[in-house]
Design a protein around this ligand. Structure first.
Ligand SMILES: NC(=O)c1ccc[n+]([C@@H]2O[C@H](COP(=O)([O-])OP(=O)(O)OC[C@H]3O[C@@H](n4cnc5c(N)ncnc54)[C@H](OP(=O)(O)O)[C@@H]3O)[C@@H](O)[C@H]2O)c1
Length: 440
């Protein structure tokens, strides 16, 4: 057998040496690992546990490490205090126990190679780490923390995206606070929030049409072992991905997939025809804004419900009328459209009180479920963006609308991952216009 192992080791260890074979087996063991979390100090222990016993035995043998030992009492100093199983780099002039003379234990070439292999395994693991926004218990923004996790590898039909930006959405807050815990099944922490991102493809599995270097945006379902969008590297099914719209930055593109697809799904469920009327509540928000523009792009007459301060924005997005939010919105929509609107997208989650705005036999798309009964034959459509999470055509179509100036991408402010809690609190407080993004 010949050849070099591992890009990082090529210059040092040939596969056909004892140390090379050891390292190869260690790396195979590492590749088989499915880490869910990866605290630095436990790296070595986890690797060793995953190694075939005979490899672990060699790895753990003191002879594999260059030792310092006291000539008088024989005390051996194999490890630095802070880095587990890493050969000592400190030079001891005297024994820390008896003060005697310390000498380096003579080591064989094989032992030195094994030692080098051990150091390189750790370096390899450090290089393979990625930063991710995580939480391991439910609660307020304080439970969020940035952790180093293993870089995921794409499987068949998947791509890995080196993330430039991921967005902060209301669902992230629901996930973090535990409101979605019933949907987690046996999923173990740490959890990674985030449902949409944009970045550059940096690895591809088999059966994908994507290439390394493609600038893409993607939707991610975070309630899965691989986690969500808020990480430096994210793997997604290749159908969850589309090209970044021409003329858009990665930061802007990150704001499109999740909420754009939500509205696409809502409009498909409502099935309105050109010329019909669509009312949109929460129209100045992410879902609402796309609701107005996609409605206009589909040839609908759009009535937006929002605060007076948002009127100029919504007129610019194409709304035919803007109805002020507040009490009796349904009544005010009826004043404008006496027969009732054909369809309504309830992005503000007003629920049953908005139903009277809809005509008999019309439709209402709800984004957070619906409590109570419908009336007058109005169809209630439950929108779940997960139904379109692998709808590449829909996502690509949204991107083209952006390229043609029919859909507006709005970034409110960028935050580093360490300030994700602050960003979530800002969103929760209300009044944010445009999406808050986390930039990696
Ligand atoms: N089912 C799904 O698959 C799915 C997918 C995406 C989103 N969603 C849900 O859709 C909802 C909207 O998401 P988003 O990202 O668009 O949120 P957002 O950006 O915060 O927008 C919500 C908008 O609604 C406004 N609003 C709040 N109460 C209102 C009221 N009573 N009348 C009129 N407007 C009101 C808010 O104004 P202020 O900021 O001034 O309060 C804000 O402009 C969220 O509940 C989210 O969880 C569901």
């Amino acid at each position: 057998m010949s050849g070099w192992i591992g890009r990082a080791f090529a210059c040092e260890l040939h596969v056909d040496t004892p140390a090379g074979r050891l390292l190869r087996r260690c790396l195979d063991a590492i590749d088989r690992l499915k880490y869910r979390h990866w605290p630095d100090t436990e790296i070595a222990d986890e690797i060793i546990l995953a190694m075939p016993p005979e490899v672990a035995e060699v790895y753990l043998t003191e002879d594999a490490l260059p030792l310092h030992s006291c000539a008088d009492c024989g005390f051996r100093v194999p490890l630095t205090p802070d880095t587990n199983r890493r050969p000592a780099r400190r030079h001891f002039d005297s024994c820390p126990l008896c003060g005697g003379k310390v000498a380096t234990t003579p080591t064989s070439t094989a032992a030195r190679q094994k030692s080098r292999a051990a150091v390189k395994i750790q370096a390899y693991l450090r290089r393979c780490a990625m930063r991710a926004v995580t939480f391991s218990r439910f609660g307020g923004p304080e439970v969020l923390e940035v952790m180093d996790l293993p870089e995921p590898q794409p499987g068949p039909g998947q791509v890995r995206i080196h993330v430039a930006a991921a967005t902060v959405n209301p669902t992230d807050i629901g996930f973090r606070s535990g409101r979605q815990s019933a949907q987690l099944n046996d999923l173990q922490p740490p959890y990674i929030p985030g449902m949409e991102l944009a970045g550059t493809v940096d690895a591809v599995g088999s059966d994908t049409n994507w290439s390394i270097g493609d600038r893409v945006m993607a939707i991610v379902i975070p309630r899965r072992p691989e986690g969500g969008a808020m990480a430096e590297s994210v793997i997604v099914p290749s159908n969850s991905v589309a090209r970044v719209p021409e003329g858009s930055s990665l930061e802007e593109a990150a704001t499109l997939p999740m909420n754009g697809l939500t509205v696409r799904r809502a409009l498909d469920l409502l099935g309105l025809k050109p010329g019909e009327t669509l009312a949109v509540t929460g129209a100045a928000g992410a879902v609402g804004g796309y609701g107005v523009e996609l409605g206009v792009a589909a040839g609908l007459r759009v009535i937006a419900v929002a605060g007076p301060a948002d009127e100029a924005l919504l007129t610019k997005l194409g709304a035919e009328s803007v109805i002020p939010r507040g009490d009796d919105v349904a009544g005010r929509i009826r004043e404008l459209v006496p027969g009732g609107v054909d369809g309504l997208l309830d992005a503000a989650v007003i629920g049953a009180p908005i139903l009277p705005a809809v005509r008999d036999g019309g439709g209402m798309a709800v984004v957070r479920g619906f409590e109570g009964d419908t009336e007058r034959g109005i169809a209630i459509h439950q929108v779940r963006v997960s139904d379109y999470a692998e709808n590449h055509e829909a996502l690509d179509g949204l991107g083209q609308l952006v390229s043609h100036g029919k859909l507006t991408l709005r970034v409110a402010e960028a935050f580093p991952p360490e300030r994700v809690g602050e960003a979530q609190s800002r969103l929760e407080a209300g009044g944010v216009r445009g999406r808050l993004i986390i930039v990696f």
